[in-house]
Design a protein around this ligand. Sequence first.
Ligand code: GDP
Ligand code: IMO
Ligand code: MG
Length: 423
Amino acid sequence: MKVDVLLGLQWGDEGKGKIVDVLTPQYDIIARFQGGPNAGHTLEFEGIKHVLHTIPSGIFREGVMNLVGNGVVIDPVIFQKELEKLAPFNIDFKARLLISKKAHLILPTHRLLDAASETSKGKNKIGSTLKGIGPTYMDKTGRNGLRVGDIYMSNFKEKYDALVEKHVGILKHYEGFEYNLAELEGPWMEGIEVLKSLTAVDSEHYLNDAIKSGKKVLAEGAQGTMLDIDFGTYPFVTSSNTVTAGTCTGLGIAPTKIGSVIGIFKAYCTRVGSGPFPTELDDEVGELIRQEGREFGATTGRPRRCGWNDIPQLKYAIMINGVTELSMMKADILSCFDKIKVCTHYIIDGEKVDYFPFDVDGVDLVPVYEEIEGWNTDLTELRSYADAPQALKNYVKYLEQKLEVPITVVSVGPDRTQTLSNK
Ligand code: GDP
Ligand code: IMO
Ligand code: MG
């Protein structure tokens, strides 16, 4: 058996949570491979909206195992809150949720360091979600981090204190940054106890044994390709590998075990936080997309920046990830437009550029657009792709031709049922 991967091709919030939930009945295990509570994955069914941050989006389906992989970073406080929010739905976490012993822990001081670092950057700030992601991955690669497996060891408190002392030393360098650590530590230690009540595993063995015995695994990405630490719009990125390769390191799966790679993108494009966004619409069109699409962050509530789709950007993401099929989300949001624009290439300092280059910031970049006929009709009641308006089918065909990958899913609303198969 191979492991299928589902990940974002833009700057996050493409609708990963929704599609993972829709696909879950086809799988035995859903495994998150990177990121942490900076993610906000939304699922909607039976009139209820759920937002998950660390827990994989397969959690609502019975008989499916959900794994938080070694590449993920966990904040015990946020994790506990997530579990509490799910309490009314009577999910048996003991039976449905596993945590890798090698997943790293976000300490309260990681969050403080994130905040102090962002404040000190002033107008150059990354626009971090302030969940402590950067400092936690820094400690991971700096070989100082604490992992889930450590919480069972008798010297855990010693290790924790040593790391906190180090962080307090660093925080002293941020002049005027005030904090109350004691206030944060109580809930954190409480969260550690909750973590202990769940099942921690050697997840790389668990997964490889499962694959060997014929189990189907779907790896769930967080963030998006353009936020990848290596291939995103650095430094305005997150601190993990959000791309397909991150599945191998974030779950302990060999590259030869990767099967389908489902790349997910919106019918337009959004970004939250700072950094370059070549097709951003800083006008009433962008505002209309934001209002129609309710483009406000699931984790921070911040307004998302909106723009048209960008072919060089999407082709770049498809190349890096080895995408084999595409899901196009939020087609319903473009129903208000007579014409839809798509960026085909850029003019950078007077030269035509049809790929996503190293530097898209600080250069004179003009996106060049093609106009496509809009469908101008409500899509949210559609339940079959065959019944879709011809103009939507033309848009899908146009993108398939440009991107050279089939669009097998078209989403026309946030609910599970508003998902059209184009296989
Ligand atoms: P994720 O981080 O990739 O899981 O995406 P988010 O949950 O942060 O953001 C996607 C938002 O769009 C959520 O509010 C979803 O409920 C919503 N959504 C997903 N697909 C569709 C769709 O096809 N149409 C509409 N209108 N909303 C959608
Ligand atoms: P999901 O999984 C959108 C952005 C932040 C910021 C940058 C770095 O819901 O798609 P970080 O907190 O990681 O240090 O922030 O990355 N960012 C996201 N944007 N969706 C996300 O996750 C994001 N996770 C981080 O806004 O610009
Ligand atoms: Mg999100």
